[in-house]
Design a protein around this ligand. Structure first.
Ligand code: ARG
Length: 466
């Protein structure tokens, strides 16, 4: 990075002394906004094409701008482009390089445009491309969840409320709850894409421009659905970036919940699953340790993503119309959110289908926790006992079970009958774990039959994507 120039060529005209060296560094964004260079050039080509179509630039000028910008793309991709701090940001770096390459025509590119509508366009183009990558990665994670859920439709585990054993569920059903969370995240992401996909180009500094521009044309060339409708709003609001960070925060909340469960389930106290060694690390002092670092890190990453959301909200809050330099602070939080989301999704999409369920341990945990107590209460209701009374009867049976170290299904008919004479031999059908889950056979229920059809529907849904 060179910083040889004293005054900024793009706006130095009205200045009588050079920018203070610290101020130049403090106000520059090129160190980070160069990530949007390709989108900046894409926007410039569209802008120049439109200027030519309305007679502001000639065909020759357009040709020369195109050739120059294409060479700059090559330099950037090869890492040979010379970024200059004195040129402040990606926009002025590219423009200065173009002018030094093609001469005076390069200086015409900025006609009818401002860095304010330019940067608003660049961020949208950049984020849109990243959203498409993230949407695919989210789909890959959903496919991984379906793969694991498909293997575990009949696997019985305890379902929890308050982290206390509540009722037996199938592991496939539990995994499909994760799927639903990811499904809503995916649709939130697409909503965000829809709203950001409008072209601010033409808003210029804030009020529009006196040139006879064609905003529909630049919008079309850049794949936007339409031009934005108000120039002041176009250059100032970053709500689309806030919305993306809100999507990311909710996604990370969901991933942190799944992570927490993976951490619990791999601990020796639960011992429900095995994570393959490649997703874990060891301890330098305790040889027996196999730590679930990947889910722990994902859980921890939620902190920085929430932080970025709050940073962007705070950045935007109370800003008067239209553009303010505050907005330059939008990029680093947004970039880091995108990077973090991609890493976390990749980790999860790789890891989830490789999870091995320890079916026996899960089943045993469900058996030990009196998880069929509600089934016994429902049985008594079917025999004519009001639910509140049957709740009381079952409570007493559980207390007896705790004292005698027996699960409900391990008690004899005589033992059960001491709590209610209506209990008959057929009670054992409802006291088994399999009977309990199979009985919850309605949409959204945990019965293996329902989980199988939920998985089939979900697969169809994912196949219909793209
Ligand atoms: N680097 C600036 C940003 O990210 C570009 C726009 C600068 N506009 C201006 N009027 N100083 O917001």
């Amino acid at each position: 990075m060179s910083d040889s120039k004293d005054t900024n060529l793009s706006w130095g005209g009205r200045f009588s002394e050079a920018t203070d060296a610290f101020v130049a560094r403090f106000t520059a964004s090129v160190n980070f906004d160069q990530r949007m260079a390709l989108q900046d050039i894409q926007g410039s080509i569209a802008h120049a094409t439109m200027l030519t179509s309305v007679g502001v630039l000639t065909e020759e000028e357009l040709q020369s701008i195109r050739t120059g910008l294409t060479e700059i793309v090559t330099d950037i991709e090869n890492g040979t482009f010379q970024w200059s701090l004195a040129l402040e940001d990606v926009h002025m770096n590219v423009e200065a390089a173009l002018t030094s390459q093609i001469g005076i025509t390069g200086k015409k590119l900025h006609t009818g445009r401002s860095r304010n509508d330019q940067v608003a366009t660049d961020i949208r183009l950049w984020l849109r491309k990243e959203i498409d990558i993230i949407a695919n990665e989210l789909t890959r994670l959903q496919q991984g969840i379906l793969e694991l859920a498909g293997r575990e439709t009949d696997t019985i585990m305890p379902g929890f409320t308050h982290l206390q054993t509540a009722q037996p569920v199938t592991f496939g059903h539990h995994l499909m709850a994760w799927f639903e969370m990811m499904e809503r995240d995916h649709s939130r992401l697409l909503d965000c894409r829809k709203r950001l996909n409008q072209s601010p180009l033409g808003a210029a500094a804030l009020a529009g421009t006196t040139y006879p521009i064609n905003r529909h044309m630049t919008a079309d060339l850049l794949g936007f659905d339409a031009p934005t409708r108000n120039s002041l709003d176009s250059v100032s609001d970053r709500d689309f970036a806030i919305e993306f960070c809100a999507f990311a925060s909710i996604l990370l909340t969901h991933l942190s919940r799944a992570s927490e469960e993976l951490v619990l389930w791999t601990s020796a106290l639960f011992n429900f699953i095995e994570l393959p060694d490649r997703f874990c690390t060891g301890s330098s002092i305790m040889p027996q340790k196999k730590n679930p670092d990947v889910p722990e890190l994902v859980r921890g990453k939620s902190g920085r993503v929430y932080g970025h959301l709050v940073a962007l909200l705070t950045l935007m809050k109370s800003q008067p119309l239209a553009y303010n330099k505050d907005n330059q602070e939008d990029k680093e939080p947004l970039f880091d959110t995108v990077d973090t989301v991609k890493d976390c999704l990749r980790a999860f999409a790789d890891m989830v289908p490789a999870i091995q369920a320890k079916k026996e341990n899960m089943r045993e945990a469900a058996r030990r926790g009196f998880s069929t107590a509600t089934d016994l209460a429902d049985y008594l209701v079917r025999k004519g006992i009001p639910f509140r009374d049957s709740h009381e009867i079952v409570g007493k049976s559980v207390a007896y079970g705790i004292a005698s170290n027996k699960d409900l299904s391990e008690m004899s008919l005589e033992e059960l009958k001491q709590f209610s004479p209506v209990i008959e031999q057929d009670v054992f059908e409802v006291l088994t774990l399999e009977g309990s889950v199979a009985a919850r056979n309605h949409i959204g229920g945990t019965a293996p039959e329902q989980v199988r059809s939920a998985i089939a529907l979900a697969k169809e849904h994912l196949n219909a994507r793209d």
